[in-house]
Design a protein around this ligand. Structure first.
Ligand SMILES: [Zn+2]
Length: 295
């Protein structure tokens, strides 16, 4: 089955040679039948540049999402990203809620460019997983210290990334193509309900073993959300084949048919990104251009 992976970070490690990282990604993608992937930039480091190089080199494979800083960047960066061939935005860790009106100009510009916006949703991970790690381990403390220092007093919170905020964004920007990451991890019910009722909201299933377990235990698919609104994402850049295999096993358990799998693994993302042309999200009319009836 052909795969569109909607959630792949450019391999982390600023000391890593970007050209080698790109070639490795290409090889692994080919081995796993990944025809296209969203390659995510980041507001940290030079990952947006790295993504830009990757998509120039392999424009069919890599659909770049510009990692925007909602607080420090604005319209200029969105227009520039469009000019440089990015296909959307990756959005995470704002100091205000995603649906704060201060961010609306960015969403409006993204909508105008036909961008796909991939929002992290739910409690953000990173650092160490304290389900399996001892928070009093001195080595671990040393390892997470710089991250803790970076976030001190900045005002970030997972609360700003609650899926319900995407409902506001979806209502106000009905032609903005929205993907909420990780099925809204920790807020599955709300995330699924939004995807159910807002046409322009989709959820990616990235999140590995934990999300797979939750999908089964909490009976999310197809009771709360179906193949119409899910896109495949690995959130991984090394285990392409394994992630696909593990999701196929889950879909087997769910007795999911081929057509449904095709939508999740490929078709929905292919439509969102225009690989499969649709009339689904026409560019909105520029403000003031509508003739209207005055109502
Ligand atoms: Zn991610």
């Amino acid at each position: 089955m052909k795969i569109f992976d909607s959630h792949v970070h450019f391999p982390w490690g600023e000391d890593r040679n970007p050209d080698e990282a790109i070639e490795e990604l290409v090889e692994q993608a080919q081995a796993a039948n990944v025809a296209h992937m969203c390659l995510l930039g980041s507001r940290f480091g030079d990952y947006n540049e790295r993504v830009s190089t990757a998509m120039e080199r392999y424009p069919d494979l890599f659909f770049g999402l510009y990692g925007i800083d909602l607080d420090e960047e604005g319209l200029d960066q969105v227009h520039e990203a469009a000019q440089r061939g990015y296909r959307g935005l990756k959005i995470i860790l704002p100091t205000k809620r995603y649906d704060h009106p201060d961010y609306f100009p960015i969403y409006a510009a993204a909508e105008e460019h036909g961008f796909v916006c991939l929002f992290h949703t739910g409690v953000v991970g990173g650092g160490a997983d304290y389900r399996t790690h001892d928070p009093f381990d001195p080595e671990l403390i040393e390892r997470v210290r710089s991250m803790e220092e970076r976030s001190r007093g900045r005002g970030v919170s997972s609360a700003h990334m609650e899926p319900i905020t995407l409902d506001t964004v979806a209502f106000n920007f009905p032609f903005l193509k929205i993907i909420g990451a990780h099925l809204g991890i920790g807020y599955y019910d709300v995330a699924c309900h939004i995807a159910r009722w807002r046409r322009n909201v989709f959820l990616d299933i990235s999140g590995g073993e934990m999300v797979r377990r939750h999908v089964i235990e909490r009976r999310l698919i197809p009771a709360e959300i179906s193949h119409f609104k899910l896109v495949y994402g690995s959130d991984n850049n090394q285990r392409f084949a394994e992630e696909i295999r593990d999701w196929q096993a889950i879909f087997d358990l769910l007795r999911m048919g081929d057509e449904e799998r095709e939508r999740i693994f490929y078709g929905n993302a292919a439509r969102l990104f225009g690989v499969i042309p649709t009339e689904t999200f026409p560019a909105p009319e520029p403000a003031g251009a509508a003739t209207g009836d005055g109502s």
